[in-house]
Design a protein around this ligand. Structure first.
Ligand code: NAP
Length: 247
């Protein structure tokens, strides 16, 4: 029996798009979610939720589910899952490819400072700044520890603990539009935008708004992921999937 089941490591809009496209082509797909979001938007096909239990857990899963191809479509900052997928697939002989959105790049007139971690971003923000912070609920503490800055921290899920009085939590799910982002920053006297270089159209509007308002951006660069065949568009990835799975 050929192994024709495809495992998509998800948690992103891109992973959903890939699953929907493959299911529409009649492929046997299961998407895996970490379980970080309480009400995730689900893709077509089968879905499983929760960690695998490290590399060994994923290896057992690949065998039990007779996975023939794995697609890492996790968020660019989900470095642990990508590293574990690489190791598990390599030792199980399962082909692994990755979808990775293009990074955002600064345009003329932008004032970007590149940093390597959210903690470094927090150290880089100048005293007195009003920040729009979009790095996610896991990366809040270094900012909350600064008593000389304030602002709005935006995220989908509630934060693990209440914020200090100088921070407001804004719970919203992308996509966001330029007009709304500009209005949000202007109405809250934002002086700095702090974001991860996630890439993608759904959350890019904040960068356009910052450009319009001449607000400096502190940009967290992506972690390094294992070297794999990597695709920036769903269309290109689908062509390769068909090539791998066709007889
Ligand atoms: P991570 O640090 O790379 O992974 C932490 C652990 O979560 C992994 O060791 C694994 O547990 C489990 N895990 C992660 N992705 C999984 C998946 N697709 N299916 C099953 N288990 C998964 O990941 P993270 O940064 O916490 O992100 C968690 C999820 O949220 C990812 O799926 C990612 O695509 C999504 N996400 C992340 C960000 C971000 O900024 N990091 C933003 C948007 C969405 P085991 O070791 O037990 O297998």
């Amino acid at each position: 029996m050929p192994r024709d089941r495809i495992l998509i490591l998800g948690g992103t809009r891109d992973a959903r798009e890939i699953a929907d496209a493959l299911v529409a082509r009649g492929r046997n797909v299961i998407t895996s979610l970490a379980g970080a979001t309480t009400q995730p938007v689900l893709p077509s096909g089968d879905v499983r939720i929760g960690g695998f239990g490290g590399v060994d857990g994923l290896k057992s899963y690949l065998e039990a589910e007779q996975i023939g191809l794995a697609i890492d479509a996790t968020h660019p900052f989900a470095a642990r899952m990508s590293a574990q997928a690489f190791e598990a697939c390599q030792s199980s002989g399962v082909q692994l490819i990755r979808f990775e959105r293009a990074t955002w790049s600064a345009a003329e007139g932008d004032d970007w400072t590149h940093v390597s971690s959210p903690a470094e971003a927090a150290r880089t923000v100048p005293a007195g700044a009003r920040v729009l912070l979009t790095t996610g609920r896991k990366d809040l503490q270094p900012f909350f520890d600064r008593h000389d800055i304030s602002g709005i921290a935006r995220m989908i899920e509630a934060p693990p603990a209440d914020p200090p009085a100088n921070w407001e939590i804004l719970r919203e799910r992308p996509p966001f539009g330029v007009q709304d982002e500009t209005a949000l920053m202007a109405a809250n006297a934002i002086t700095h935008l702090v974001t991860k270089n996630a890439g993608g159209a759904a959350t890019e509007a904040k960068l356009k708004a910052a450009r319009e308002l001449k607000i400096p951006v502190i940009m967290v660069t992506r972690p390094t992921k294992p070297d794999l065949p990597c695709f920036e568009t769903v269309g290109k990835l689908l062509v390769v999937v068909e090539g791998v799975l066709s007889p």
